[in-house]
Design a protein around this ligand. Structure first.
Ligand code: ATP
Ligand code: MG
Length: 777
């Protein structure tokens, strides 16, 4: 264990060694936050904390698996096995299954994916005879999702006149009814959507104190990675669970908060100190991932955001090559540039495909990249988009399996009841749906009782329905004794799915059969894995749990060496030696849809920060002067984000005869044409770690108490009054926002004069006196 602790730097070691109490680690990209969490867990176990008592929440299941592996290496696999580690969704799905009876759900409830949810919303809109152009299913689903994530239940919605009013104003007065229907239908089908996994957990923990107490006692130590991207619902869960022991350690980077559009709340990180008593804050400042050029360039990007915590990020790594900027005429040419650069780099430097990542703002941009990579025979893999489990033929099999586990699952039932065709037509399905709604039961229950209800079906149809019921019930019997592989293989054959696909001899049809084989291989792997670990059967229910919550990143297999293509959102937390950020154009990145307010633009900028900081060695920024968007050839301008990087960190691969129209990041003014190449310095400057970093004495900002507002603060404190240099080292100052601090260093002259201040809360900050709202006390 000591070996691993020794490998950490001093700042990283401190939060590992501090065992108890609430703590927050705020640090920039690549500074080892995830590594600290990993080692911290291993060290807790080393100190005798039982794995059962540790809960660790990560951004992807893959991240959880990787952490578990590392921890296994340190403490041994049999110990690490019992750790509760995973995404919010996977951990709380597990708890909800165990406690489902409290909420009236079956323990084998189905988890609806976004396709299922959208289809259900669609059919509700249709049944209510609403205009689909006004009630757009995807938008409605988005609204419902944001209500759920803010814990606004149907009841709360109707009790809130403002919300009802807002939807009425948006010409969707019946949104509440749709919401209500949707919730009822999911419940009746024994199904939860993704948002329910959080909402219902909150419900469980608030309504049932004994359940809360049970999990509070169980999870004595809670750790959360990527805390900046938790939404309100997730935040409340963490707060409730950690309330008793208060052994909570969260890590995050406000500069990488990129999910506000989905309800993530950056205030969760900013307010952490208010939520717990005696929070200790740690800061990590040394980046181990990237070259100095990348680290410093990324810092200059973040300088343009107003809303941020002051943070230092530096690196001792080599300066490395500058960020290469490339302009092309079209998106196709951009693709060719990327592909040929990868090709050349591989040849020259003996690199693997896996050393390269191509990141983009929107999924649609992958096509041009794929075309070019294929022409060069470079293997690649796209993450995101339609995942393997959502492909039609795979989902058909999965829906049969879902029915085996939970026959009330309505989305699954409707999908496969007449596929492969067995003569159960739309009219019959409609009659079943109406009856189910009428009796407030599921379609399955109506089918099971088909002889007792008069639906005016002819005998032939009735028999077909009964045959279907018998078939599913026979699968259920098999599922009781067999493993996931056996039952899936059986289902694929007995339902006629495979025969159906075999009728299609086209290459697409063959590919579908291969996909089903791939599914079966995956399940085989799973069942054998389960057996190896603990001799378990590898039951279907366990496999389906994995599938329902699998993100695309999770399926990453290391045996394939491929270039990675993904959106920037998906790339969070990852790292690659060479990173291309493509489509660096105004209206694409920053996205035209996210430029109307400063906060949206700042989120786009954080996204760019995330993109850039994925690169270890070389980053490329590419843009096209024209590209097809929405089927039209559109002219584009280079992204303002390229402009915002200090020119000394860039190398223009294409002559920059086109001058950028320079938009001020602050207020959008056009400053006129600036030729960036003239601004480039011949030699990069800067890069020595700030003084306090080389100082090895213990950091004074590690012990933070809640700071009460000091009485009698100078009423003029907010006036920027220290420009003339009244301030000296050793002065104790009060800042409007940061509170009390000590001046530890001064630098610069005149309007550039800055003070380095060590605040009691929030650590060391460098403030420009011209603006700083400071007062000496
Ligand atoms: P992000 O903000 O992107 O999630 P992070 O802060 O979680 O980044 P890590 O992924 O933990 O950073 O670490 C970045 C890289 O630096 C990893 O490859 C990690 O192994 C390496 N690293 C971290 N700390 C050290 C250290 N003390 N010595 C050597 N390498 C380190
Ligand atoms: Mg990380």
């Amino acid at each position: 264990m000591q070996k691993y602790i020794d490998q950490l730097n001093e700042a990283q070691r401190a939060p590992v060694l501090k065992k108890d109490g609430p703590m927050i680690i705020i640090a920039g990209a690549g500074s080892g936050k995830t590594r600290v969490l990993t080692i911290r867990i291993a060290y807790l176990m080393h100190q005798g904390i039982d794995a059962f008592n540790i809960l660790s929440l990560t951004f992807t299941n893959k991240a959880a698996r990787e952490m578990k592996h590392r921890i296994s290496d340190i403490v041994g696999a049999s110990e690490a096995k019992n750790l509760w580690m995973g995404t919010f969704h996977s951990i709380f799905a597990r708890i909800l299954r165990a406690e489902s009876d409290h909420l009236g759900y079956p323990s084998n409830f189905t988890i609806y994916d976004s396709q299922d949810s959208a289809r259900l919303i669609s059919s509700i809109i249709k049944e209510m005879q609403l205009d689909r152009d006004i009630y757009k299913p995807k938008q409605i689903l988005g609204r419902i999702s944001s209500y759920k994530n803010s814990l606004i239940t149907v009841k709360a919605y109707f009790n809130n006149p403002e919300l009802v009013e807002a939807d009425a104003m948006a010409k969707r007065p019946r949104l509440g009814e749709i919401y209500q229907q949707y919730v009822e239908r999911c419940f009746k089908a024994g199904a939860m959507d993704f948002d329910d996994l959080l909402l219902k957990t909150n419900e469980l923990l608030t309504r049932f104190p004994e359940v809360l107490a049970k999990y509070q006692n169980r999870f004595r130590y809670i750790l959360v990675d990527e805390y900046q991207d938790t939404n309100h619902s997730q935040y409340l869960i963490v707060r409730a669970l950690s309330d008793k022991f208060q052994n909570i350690c969260v890590v995050g980077d406000d500069a990488q908060s990129i999910y506000a559009f989905r309800g993530a709340n950056i205030n969760n990180i900013l307010n952490f100190q208010k939520d717990y008593e005696g929070v200790v804050m740690f800061r990590l400042e040394q980046n181990y991932r990237s070259t100095r050029n990348i680290v410093e360039a990324a810092n200059t990007v973040m300088d343009h955001n107003k809303t941020k915590l002051d943070k230092v990020v530096w690196t001792a790594n080599e300066f490395g090559p500058r960020i290469k900027v490339h302009r092309s005429l079209t998106d196709a040419e951009e693709g060719r540039f990327v592909a040929s650069t990868i090709f050349e780099q591989k040849m020259q430097n003996q690199l693997h495909n896996g050393s390269f990542a191509i990141l983009y703002r929107t999924n649609a941009q992958s096509r041009a990249m794929e075309d070019a990579l294929r022409k060069r025979d470079i293997p690649y893999r796209i993450y995101g988009g339609l995942s393997f489990y959502q492909r039609k033929e795979i989902k058909d099999v999965l829906c049969y399996l879902r029915l085996v586990l939970n026959p009330k699952d309505e989305e699954a039932l409707i999908r496969v009841i007449n596929y492969p065709a067995r003569g159960i037509g739309d009219t019959t399905i409609e009659k079943l749906t109406i009856a189910a709604n009428h009796y407030k039961r599921s379609i399955w229950e109506v089918m099971v009782n088909i002889d007792k209800i008069d639906l005016k079906l002819n005998a032939g149809t009735k028999n077909k329905l009964k045959d279907f019921v018998t078939m599913i019930q026979s699968f259920q019997v098999i599922d009781q004794n067999q493993d996931a592989f056996y039952i899936t293989d059986h289902v694929a054959k007995k339902t006629g799915l495979v025969q159906e696909l075999k009728k299609d001899a086209t290459p697409e049809g063959m590919a579908k059969i291969q996909n089903i084989e791939e599914l079966l291989n995956g399940i085989k792997d799973f069942t054998e894995g389960q057996r190896e670990i603990d001799g378990a059967r590898g039951a279907l229910s366990e496999f389906m749990e994995d599938v329902a919550l699998a993100t695309d990143l999770d399926k990453d297999t290391n045996d394939e060496d491929r270039v990675a293509l993904m959106t920037i959102h998906l790339a969070k937390g990852l790292e690659f030696p060479h990173v291309f950020v493509v489509g660096m154009e105004e209206d694409l990145f920053p996205s035209a849809m996210s430029m109307s307010t400063r906060s949206e633009l700042e989120e786009e900028r954080r996204l760019f920060y995330v993109a850039l900081t994925r690169a270890e060695h070389q980053a490329y920024l590419t843009y096209a002067q024209s590209r097809y968007r929405w089927g039209k050839l559109t002219d584009s301008e280079p992204s303002r984000f390229i402009e915002e990087i200090d020119g000394q960190y860039l190398e223009y691969l294409t002559p920059s005869e086109t001058n950028y129209r320079y938009k001020s990041p602050i207020d959008g003014d056009i400053f006129g044409d600036v030729d960036k190449s003239k601004l480039r310095l011949s030699k990069p400057v800067g890069g020595t770690p700030p003084k306090h970093i080389t100082d090895n004495s213990p950091k004074p900002d590690l012990n933070i108490r809640k700071l009460k507002p000091v009485a009698g603060t100078n009423p003029n404190a907010s006036a920027p009054n220290l420009f003339d240099g009244k301030l000296t080292i050793g002065n104790i100052v009060m800042h409007e926002r940061f509170g009390k601090g000590e001046v530890i260093n001064m630098e610069g002259v005149g309007p550039d004069r800055k003070a380095e201040i060590k605040f009691e809360v929030g650590g060391i900050k460098k403030l420009l006196l011209r603006f700083a709202k400071l007062d000496v006390i």
